[in-house]
Design a protein around this ligand. Structure first.
Ligand SMILES: Nc1ncnc2c1ncn2[C@@H]1O[C@H](COP(=O)(O)OP(=O)(O)OP(=O)(O)O)[C@@H](O)[C@H]1O
Ligand SMILES: [Mg+2]
Length: 498
């Protein structure tokens, strides 16, 4: 169980006060003892002088009746308990208040010793002398009753005063603590209300200086909390809004990415069909020519022996070639999503050439390849890199045809530097205009007609190089020399780390 602060405070204060009062009573009793002992000694000295002067003469004259009368007179003093007079031989002469002369009283003791206080009397003696000659002694018993009584009275009075003081203090302390605690309770209630969400909570404690300062600090704190909570709520709302916007943007981007991938696939298929058409053109026309020649020669009866067989062999060869072309393209398309492995870059380029070479040849484009002496190996999907080569070669082919360049050249170089492989593809189609050169890697950027380009070829190429090969792809307009003539053209750099 938790004890209230007020009670702790009251009990501690009362304990301290009791301790102080006890110390005070003890000190008073001590002081009383000192005062009384001084008084006692003074009175004793007076008594000594009086008794001495009164007893000297009767002792010299051995006047026992007078001695007895003096003792009786002295015994009337309230504080005197007994008196015994002895001569210089210690023989008892007279005694008052003492049980005869059978036994002499004890010698001097401390008036405030335990024994004196217990017997309520202390014993002392006064030597009676004349010209330094001892005449005898007076044994004296003085009562300590009045001291014990005074002490008792003092202690009782002190206790009563202390009790009254303690009760009054307790009442005062409880009242003060109640008053302080009242404010603390108010503070606690307000803090509690704030903790439970009532941020508009403020307190009014009163106008004494410290309490007022406390109230001011509390209200300032509450105000700041309220402000911060409002700010936080606002920020939270804003953050949520931003998060939702970001989420929907990411979703949009993902959708766009999927769409671009899909479109890119369509472009690849379209390009393949285009390339198949190119590769088929020559064997198909050869088949047509041979068939029509065979038909004509049959009509003219000019057919020689084995000619049908020879022609059908030749047609079979072409048909096999056509079928192989289809297989090549199908394998290429099938291999597209195989897992990553180390492959030779020049092999990947050859794969690209299998697809585009026919189309390049049919458009009279000279391909100049400068291989590298070192073996160039990278980790990744071989067909992904082939696809990038196809994209760049097709772009060069398109622009060479579009610009009607007479001597059409594409130069491909493979280089190995410290820790990277650089492949450059350079054409002589005139280069890329300065105002679009920064945009050609953007998705859907194209200068071609809708039916000819989607503008995702270079975007996808850069994305694959960056994300799958940790490399980069750059472009520059650079002059190219061919058979002593200088042409202007675009030069693409594919940089792959090894
Ligand atoms: N070798 C080049 N010389 C001059 N311009 C080029 C060259 N390569 C690309 N470009 C320009 O960059 C644009 C973007 O090329 P990208 O391959 O991304 O799209 P595209 O070829 O237009 O269409 P897609 O490849 O999707 O069918 C092209 O439209 C063209 O204007
Ligand atoms: Mg393209």
């Amino acid at each position: 169980m938790r004890v209230s602060l007020a009670w702790k405070w009251v009990v501690a204060s009362l304990l301290i006060e009791s301790l102080m009062l006890t110390l005070m009573v003890m000190k008073n009793v001590d002081q009383l003892k000192i005062n009384l002992s001084t008084q006692t000694n003074i009175r004793l000295d007076e008594q000594k002088i009086l008794l001495k002067s009164a007893l000297v003469a009767p002792l010299v004259q051995m006047d026992y009746a007078t001695i007895h009368a003096i003792l009786n007179e002295t015994k009337n003093i309230q504080t005197v308990d007994y008196l015994v007079v002895v001569d210089n031989q210690n023989n008892c002469i007279s005694s008052v208040g003492w049980n005869g002369c059978s036994k002499l009283p004890p010698t001097e003791v401390d008036p405030f010793s335990e024994k004196s206080l217990k017997d309520q009397r202390f014993d002392t003696n006064i030597p009676i002398t004349l010209f330094s000659q001892s005449l005898g002694k007076v044994y004296l018993g003085l009562s300590t009753k009045y001291y014990v009584q005074a002490k008792k009275e003092m202690i009782t009075r002190s206790i009563v005063i202390a009790l009254i003081e303690l009760i009054l203090s307790a009442i005062l302390l409880i009242a003060i603590s109640k008053w302080i605690i009242k404010n603390l309770v108010k503070l606690t209630q307000s803090a509690d209300a704030i903790a439970h969400g009532d941020y508009a909570q403020r307190i009014n404690l009163g106008d004494s200086k410290e309490i007022f300062e406390l109230q001011e600090s509390f209200n300032l704190m509450a105000k700041n909390i309220e402000k911060n909570i409002i700010d936080l709520k606002y920020l939270n709302k804003k953050e949520k809004k931003l998060f939702n916007e970001l989420k929907s943007q990411i979703e949009k981007n993902q959708e766009q990415d999927i769409m671009i991938k899909h479109q890119s696939r369509m472009v690849i298929i379209g390009e393949m069909l285009n390339n198949i058409a190119h590769q088929w053109r020559q064997p198909l026309s050869a088949i047509t020519v041979q068939m029509s020649s065979l038909k004509l020669r049959k009509e003219l009866n000019l057919l020689e022996e084995n000619e049908i067989e020879n022609t059908s062999d030749s047609i079979m060869k072409y048909a096999n070639y056509l079928s192989k072309t289809i297989d090549d393209f199908r394998d290429y398309a099938k291999d597209y999503s195989v897992k990553k492995k180390y492959f030779n870059i020049e092999t990947s380029f050859t794969k690209a050439l299998d697809i585009v070479s026919a189309s390049l040849e049919n458009n009279f484009i000279t391909l100049n390849i400068v291989p590298c002496e070192d073996e160039l190996v990278v980790d990744g999907v071989i067909n992904e890199l082939s696809q990038i080569f196809i994209n760049i070669l097709n772009n060069s082919k398109d622009i060479l045809i579009e610009n009607k360049v007479k001597e059409k050249i594409i130069e491909v170089k493979f280089l190995k530097e410290d820790n990277q492989i650089i492949i450059t593809i350079h054409d002589n189609a005139g280069g890329i205009q300065d105002n679009i050169i920064d945009k050609i890697f953007d998705p859907y950027f194209t200068t071609k007609h809708k039916s000819q380009g989607t503008g995702i070829g270079l975007y996808m190429s850069a994305k694959i190089i960056h994300e799958h090969f940790a490399g980069k792809i750059l472009v520059k307009n650079e002059n190219i020399e061919f058979e002593k003539t200088t042409y202007k053209g675009a030069k693409f750099f594919i940089i792959l780390p090894i």
